[in-house]
Design a protein around this ligand. Structure first.
Ligand code: DC
Length: 229
């Protein structure tokens, strides 16, 4: 729950820039809640595919987002679980089929309105680090610390490739690269809440940085912002 001093750290950036890994590490260091907003869009995409709802059907998708209970829970082993309507879908939402459709679902204003409401409610109740595409611009425009994480397309594809292989999926590097490129394009060019750095965000290119270097750079920025430097 919230302490006396509110902490809101917003991490935005394209797919595969390392947002979730870095945000989890910072959440642990600062003992605050990590909220993976991409997992919420993935959960709605998963439900839509399960229920034969087309990714173009904004009305049905918005209703799904409104009526679904999405919980982001930390397991006893420290794993982040995604539980939707009481079903654990942590692994299912990482399936390439979800990755290939999620940007089509996330482009709808009605879906975003519902999920942003849920995200803002969580930030009212907890100190948070939240990652996504519109956190610094729309969800938490007053966040004390805003970071825009990026990396070259090749580096991001190579990171995703390694991650996906350890999970047993057999997508090729080229397919992953193409998927990231398409998603970046859709996320940056949609009408509602497109992916872009907030005017007051610090842009960090992580192409040649280790995870530890990125974490310490963000913690430094956070301390400076807190002291009003
Ligand atoms: O972070 P991710 O790759 O799991 O996100 C999946 C998709 O969800 C991404 O392609 C765009 C969308 N998304 C969004 O539009 N807004 C957010 N705040 C988070 C994710």
């Amino acid at each position: 729950m919230k302490g006396l001093i509110t902490i809101r750290i917003a991490i935005d950036g394209p797919a595969g820039a390392g947002k979730s890994t870095i945000a989890k590490m910072i959440a642990e260091k600062l003992n605050i809640l990590y909220i993976d907003t991409g997992a919420m869009y993935r959960a709605i995409t998963y439900l839509a595919l399960q229920n034969d709802i087309a990714c173009t059907d904004e009305k049905a998708l918005s209703k799904l987002a409104q009526e679904s209970e999405i919980m982001l829970i930390r397991s006893c082993e420290g794993k982040q679980l995604v539980v939707c309507n009481d079903v654990d879908i942590t692994e299912e939402i990482r399936d390439p089929e979800i990755s290939n459709n999620v940007s089509l679902v996330a482009r709808h204003e009605g879906v975003r309105k519902e999920l942003v409401k849920k995200q803002q409610n969580l930030a009212r109740q907890h100190d948070v680090i939240m990652d996504g595409r519109d956190i610094g611009t729309v969800v938490l425009p007053d966040a004390e610390c805003k970071i825009y994480l990026t990396a070259s397309l090749e580096e991001r594809a190579s990171r995703r490739y390694k991650e996906i292989r350890t999970k047993g999926y057999r997508e090729s590097y080229e397919d992953i690269k193409k998927d990231l490129e398409e998603r970046d394009f859709l996320d940056k060019n949609r009408d509602v809440a497109p992916l872009r750095p907030a005017l007051d965000a610090v842009v960090l290119d992580t192409t040649n940085l280790s995870q530890e270097q990125v974490v310490s750079a963000i913690l430094k920025i956070y301390q400076q912002k807190k002291r009003g430097i």
